[in-house]
Design a protein. Sequence first.
Length: 492
Amino acid sequence: MSANRPAAVVVLAAGEGTRMKSATPKVLHAICGRSLVGHVVAASRELDPEHLVVIVGHAREKVAAHLAEIDPEVRTAVQYEQNGTGHAVRMGLEALGDSGIVLDGTVVVVCGDTPLLTGETLRKLSDAHAADGNAVTVLTAEVPDSTGYGRIVRDEATGAVTAIVEHKDATDAQRAIREINSGVFAFDARLLVDALGKVRTDNSQGEEYLTDVLGILREAGHRVGAAVAGDHREILGINNRVQLAEAHKLLNERLLHTAMMSGVTVVDPASTFVDVTVTFGQDVLVHPGTQLLGATHLAQDAEVGPNSRLKDTTVGEGAVVDNTVADGAEIGAGANVGPYAYLRPGTRLGTKSKAGAYVEMKNAVIGEGTKVPHLSYVGDATIGEYTNIGAASVFVNYDGVNKHHTTIGSHCRTGSDNMFVAPVTIGDGAYTAAGSVITKDVPPGSLAVARGQQRNIEGWVARKRPGSAAAQAASAASRDARPESQETDGGQ
């Protein structure tokens, strides 16, 4: 446990986010597989705080339910009216107090719409706060263009923060300052509680501003310090869909950079997208146009893409997945999938198996070395080892009310254009003839033939379609097929 373990982290997530133009609360919009507030909660957890409190307000039932799902130990406190950031923090601390919790130590305050903020940066803020003995430490960043941001004004001699001046209130000299306020702070808990009680609402918005606490503490003789973020992009907040897309791009680049530095080849990072929960083995190869989502894992030497989307899917060592959509599937080591395959939930491909071109599978367990090469649907089925399924086969699993299971044994050879009408079992080593509709169990080692015998009705086209192109072609073919002796004129 860190010596600088915070007493609490308070996440501000009560706002409506009207500029998102969405029925979804702003903090529940997602990038890289995690909600905005989910990213902030994950970063905050890296501090191992004694208490983690998220302030909810707009659509609080939705936000609270989401938080309970992603982190059941998160506490929530309600800000019924959005009366400013200071008021929001006060609601959080009062909620803890009502539970009998007396905070002693550091309270870190973060914004719920800053998904690029890292636990490492929060740790540096907390450590600097403790090392400098500050009453409050503000996380700042030096940005290329500080227009619109609150400027950090420092004491030239000590480096202490003397003020945070909003852009509209800044002098020309202050507007030249490139160090800005991030809205993230570390406070001494006891001093924070006292100062929040002194925050006034005599401002243009009639709200309690958290930044006023800095002035209150400084006037009381306490030190106000700052810690500068290493990358100014970490503090970017999300207010609209354009900023959401920009943050997604930055976070995706960060995730791919980490993957590549750990031994993954990403051919085209600009067209490759990953979630924060995706993991990789060494020497994985990812081709362009690939999306890796959810709890997807690519094992060592796996090759995925191009143009593939894998969600909650594991790809075994050395497997190749080409132009494929997979959701909740397990692809065994050395397996070959695609192109244009669709693996739905419950699909498990064994070692060195194959799901080939235009193959769809659902709730199907495929044994080692078994191949479903092309143009087939395999649903609710178990297939043994080293079996080959012929092209254009359909596992007929649904009777209109219930789903039924098909079992095909090991070392079977099934013909092309087969229909397996479940429930049905094909024994080990059995064969089925092309064009068969299999409705009964096939014993091991048997050949099943389930099709009508072919009969040819000669001359049907000439009689039923006289003068048609088909009739003319048939007539010409008949002439070409006559023996030469029948083509002589008058027996000369």
